[in-house]
Design a protein around this ligand. Structure first.
Ligand SMILES: *Cc1c(COP(=O)(O)O)cnc(C)c1O
Length: 399
């Protein structure tokens, strides 16, 4: 009998989001802890690849600028989206090929442009004449995507209010670049994060397709790239549409584009969000007006900062199961009264030392946390980056 054994290519590894592994990781690495599961990073990356076939995915580092996520995306054959000098230097330290990176901050100091160029980055974004002019001195070694604004009041975070030129001004901006001898590769947009549906993406793709045709006709550059940004939604306490279904109208709009246009996207939240959980420890408790108040070592000034800045609501639960459920409040550690994570929860009775787990806490959580009141930021530990990896703390940009 001939049994063919296929090599195991997928790293399955351990499930660091299960109760036993969570306890083990907190015992090893301390609390508060953000646990990144690289296997889930891979799954999210592949899911979005399947939902957007033919689109090159540049992971936007901003929501979780952690080495394990960057390396995992690169190992999957992905690309990177940088916005700051710190991010450029982080990916250089990790050995990321610069031709896999674009720099998409529409407003940069000259020193940020030079720092990114020193890391080997060529492709930048601009959205106004002053910014375009900054590239005149570097026109031999850089090329531009011009960011166009499409307002999106429906998105949880409308990213087209602060950045992007009006579609009516985009061709004139390309003309300015061409006159200065700067290569224009195409247009980009970001309709806003955690989009409720793909309507804005579709509108923006259709308008940008016309802009590409107009600017090509006027011979204003190579104009072979369309960057459709990020915004792909994930489940929080409120569920998001399935990503395949969410992207169906985007796929249809991309299929109508002229031939030979490279399509790229800049997903951040979708890759990092579901791939991490936050674990906090009950420091103490008090009974107030018939409710248990549990005071955790992480809160709104820490990993839960996304509840303020990003308007997210993370599903939280106690690791301890069983027993009667009682009305409870989860509060952060600082002396500030706004530092409350969740009220009107039903939880089993908890004691100091019990663990609280927040799900979908990879994106815009640790990244925007502070050390207010001297409560240290959560440590970030990554698991399953390689087979047999049972938890590694990698150097983070700020630590
Ligand atoms: C924040 C940001 C992203 C990531 O957006 P998500 O909604 O998290 O996918 C991508 N591109 C740019 C320019 C950004 O500022």
């Amino acid at each position: 009998m001939n049994i063919e054994v296929k090599p195991r290519r997928r790293v399955r590894g351990i499930d660091p989001f299960g109760a036993e592994e969570i306890r083990r990781l907190v015992a090893t690495f301390g609390s508060p802890l953000i646990i990144v599961d690289c296997e889930r990073v891979r799954q999210q990356y592949r899911r979005l690849c399947r939902a957007l076939p033919g689109v090159d995915l540049h992971y936007a580092l901003k929501p979780l600028p952690h080495p394990s996520v960057v390396l995992t995306v690169l190992e999957q054959g992905g690309w990177l989206d940088l916005a700051t000098t710190g991010e450029a230097q982080l990916v250089r330290r990790l050995g990321a090929p610069p031709e896999r990176c674009i720099h998409t901050h529409p407003i940069k100091r000259d020193v940020d442009i030079r720092n990114a160029m020193a890391c080997g980055v060529r492709t930048f974004v601009a959205d106004n004449p002053d910014e375009v002019r900054k590239f005149r001195a570097y026109r031999e070694r850089t090329e531009l995507l011009l960011r166009v604004s499409f307002r999106s009041p429906g998105a949880v975070c409308d990213l087209s209010r602060k950045f992007g030129c009006d579609p009516e001004d985009a061709v004139a901006l390309a003309r300015l670049a061409a006159e200065l001898g700067i290569e224009v590769r195409g247009f980009s947009f970001h309709v806003g994060s955690q989009a409720s549906d793909a309507g804005k993406h579709v509108e923006a793709i259709e308008v940008c397709a016309q802009l590409l045709v107009q600017a090509r006709k006027a011979r204003l550059g190579t104009l072979d790239t369309l960057d459709i940004g990020g915004g792909f939604p994930i489940d929080y306490t409120r569920r998001a549409p399935d990503i395949g279904r969410f992207c169906a109208p985007i796929r249809a709009a991309l299929a109508r584009l002229p031939a030979r246009i490279r399509i790229i996207a800049e997903p951040g939240r979708f890759i990092a969000g579901p791939a991490a959980i936050g674990v906090a420890t009950v420091m103490g408790r008090a009974r107030r007006e018939g409710h248990w108040w549990y005071y955790l070592d992480d809160g709104l000034y820490g990993s839960y900062s996304g509840q303020l800045y990003d308007h997210a609501r993370y599903p939280v639960e106690a690791l301890r199961q069983g027993g009667e459920l009682l009305p409870a409040v989860l509060a952060g550690p600082t002396c500030d009264s706004i530092d409350v994570i969740a009220e009107n929860l039903m939880l089993p009775e908890l004691k100091a030392g019990d663990l609280i787990v927040g799900r979908a806490m990879g994106a815009y959580t640790w990244a925007s946390s502070s050390e207010f009141n001297f409560f240290p930021r959560a440590r970030v530990v990554s698991v399953n980056q390689h087979s047999g990896d049972t938890g590694t703390v990698l150097e983070t940009p700020l630590g």
